[in-house]
Design a protein around this ligand. Structure first.
Ligand SMILES: [Zn+2]
Length: 95
């Protein structure tokens, strides 16, 4: 996935639409299409890029998130996400 600035995308679509002269219904339709596409960008849900990390073993029975350094008591199951910052624990470990 490639995250983009929706406000800049909207401004660009409006700029392109305004550059099309409505000589006839065909070109007016294209211009209206750009405007509708620009205004529909506000209806698209926002996503947040999730951090990726890995568990660091600092001392016996404890692991530390590589992203926020939150320490968890390591019991039997290693969690797939950090409960503190939400980082997905699929990153490369350098240990
Ligand atoms: Zn974390």
């Amino acid at each position: 996935m490639r995250l983009i600035d929706a406000d800049k995308a909207k401004a660009e679509l409006l700029r392109i639409g305004e550059g099309i002269h409505a000589y006839d219904e065909y070109f007016n339709g294209i211009r209206i299409g750009y405007k509708r596409a620009a205004h529909s960008l506000v209806t698209i849900p926002t996503v947040e890029e999730r951090k990726h990390g890995h568990w660091l073993t600092k001392k016996a029975w404890h692991v530390e998130c590589s992203e926020c350094h939150h320490v968890l008591e390591f019991i039997c199951d290693v969690k797939k996400y950090c409960p503190n910052c939400g980082a997905k624990m699929d990153g490369e470990s350098n240990e």
